[in-house]
Design a binder for this molecule. Sequence first.
Ligand code: SAM
Length: 226
Amino acid sequence: MSSSFGLDARLTAYVRNANRTETPALQRCRLETEAMGSVSVMQISPEQGAFLQMCARLVQARTAVEIGVFTGYSALATMLAMGDMHGPAARLYGCDISDDYTGRAHSYWQEAGLDGQIELRIGDARETLAGLIAEIAGSVDMVFIDADKTGYDAYYEAALQLLRPGGLVLFDNVLWSGSVADPERCAADADTAALKALADKIRDDARVDMAFTTIGDGILMAVKRD
Ligand SMILES: C[S@@+](CC[C@H](N)C(=O)[O-])C[C@H]1O[C@@H](n2cnc3c(N)ncnc32)[C@H](O)[C@@H]1O
């Protein structure tokens, strides 16, 4: 699990206690993913999960797309809020390249009674998104992007095609542990450079309204204009 950049352990614990307790399936997903070792840092934090749920509620999300599913925590958090609002009509399309990571997600989704409403599409997200655009362009309420950082710009362009006007796209890790503010890291590292270029692009993009927030490792949000 990741933790919020810049918060010490005491404040992190305070924020966690200030949020509602995770559901049993979310908690099991987090604990079993932590047991996988260092790779678990890819998982969003519980407070980011609560934030995604609030975003889903604010845009009344019924259809969502997630790019970067891993062991299924963020998809389940989002789907719990969407299912609560829309019941069986809610649907989440999850894109990932890993059968191994996502194979673990089903048991958490099943435990929550939501496995049938989360559709996994395995493969490079660039190709998967082209297929989704052909199927559901203009009808998606929320897109969460949390995969390879050099792909973010392509995923953003795809998200703008998928989203309805007023739909929300969110990008995780836009602080990249602070390296985006370091010109030397931007010059030396492709992921850092891609995140910086995307933030600059979205700030100046008239197609969206946007906010760069410092939740977790940074979440950049953009709402598609009419
Ligand atoms: C940071 S993890 C996602 C964490 C997840 N959102 C969660 O809350 O647990 C990134 C995921 O992106 C996937 N990924 C990396 N490159 C990809 C690509 N080109 N297309 C699709 N998925 C990709 C990885 O397999 C990994 O599961």
